[in-house]
Design a protein around this ligand. Structure first.
Ligand code: BGC
Length: 261
């Protein structure tokens, strides 16, 4: 438990399932009131809201496609209307739709960049404007990926979006550090969430995946929400601009494991 989180208000985008849902619920257990954003999965968002309320905090589900300019402001308005303030903005909503790069349609490329990268800029911009205008030492957490560092064939748009998040994250951290606003990223590796369901249910794909994780297994979503709670709390008060990889060692060049090279 991070007692300084009690009474804080957070927005978590893409919080109807997977890592976003896990972070929203963890925040709820820490006493944080949460705006639970979803795009299409209203039932999922309603479940997350119910779990947060059952844990003793407040929550509201708000629909919004984060690639649209008005969505971030809608979420901010909801935070203020329902809970009176905003302290923590978690940019998490993301997508991956693989395609060989020479066959990738512009629509596919654009959609991933719009949601995964532009959506993060729009979310951060709305939160920063509010923090600056109100003199709040707010906190922004960007869910990046090991693929801000590791190239990923057939996921060129996804890897480019995460590489973009890396420098967006660092730039905003530098720009707002003098105001005490912290901006950090989390870089999950393979996590057992709906986005990886197909791989995890196919023994061959699962084994291939585990081979490139030095610790040998995909993480459960709480390994990521643990990092998010720490980054949101005062325990990390002197940390800004980092990407905290939560990846079982995936970024450590596993191909070199046995002294190869
Ligand atoms: C992706 C997962 C993938 C992991 C490791 C994440 O960013 O969302 O699908 O398993 O990276 O490659």
């Amino acid at each position: 438990m991070y007692t300084d989180l009690t009474g804080k208000v957070a927005i978590v985008t893409g919080a109807s399932k997977g890592i976003g849902a896990e972070i929203a619920e963890r925040f709820g257990r820490e006493g944080v009131n949460v705006v639970v954003n979803y795009n299409s999965d209203k039932d999922g968002a309603d479940r997350v809201v119910a779990n947060i309320i059952a844990a003793g905090s407040k929550a509201v589900a708000v629909q919004g496609d984060m690639s649209r300019e008005e969505s971030a402001q809608l979420l901010l308005d909801a935070a203020i209307t329902h809970f009176g303030q905003l302290d923590i903005m978690v940019n998490n909503a993301g997508m991956e739709v693989p395609a060989p790069s020479h066959e990738m349609t512009l629509d596919n490329w654009q959609r991933i960049i719009d949601v995964n990268l532009t959506g993060y800029f729009l979310g951060a911009r709305a939160a920063l404007k509010y923090f600056v205008d109100n003199g709040i030492k707010g906190n922004i957490i960007n869910l990046s990926s090991v693929h801000e560092q590791i190239p990923w064939p057939t996921f060129a748009h996804y890897a480019a979006s995460k590489g973009g998040i890396k420098l967006l994250n660092q730039t905003l951290a530098l720009e707002y550090a003098p105001l005490g606003i912290r901006v950090n990223a989390i870089g999950p590796g393979a996590i057992n969430t709906p986005i990886n369901k197909e791989k995890m249910n196919d023994p061959e794909k699962k084994a291939a995946l585990e081979k490139i994780i030095p610790m040998g297994y995909a993480g459960e979503p709480d390994v990521v929400s643990n990092a998010a709670a720490w980054l949101a709390s005062e325990q990390s008060s002197y940390v800004t601009g980092i990407t905290l990889f939560v990846d079982g060692g995936m970024t450590l060049y596993p191909a070199f494991m046995n002294g190869n090279g």
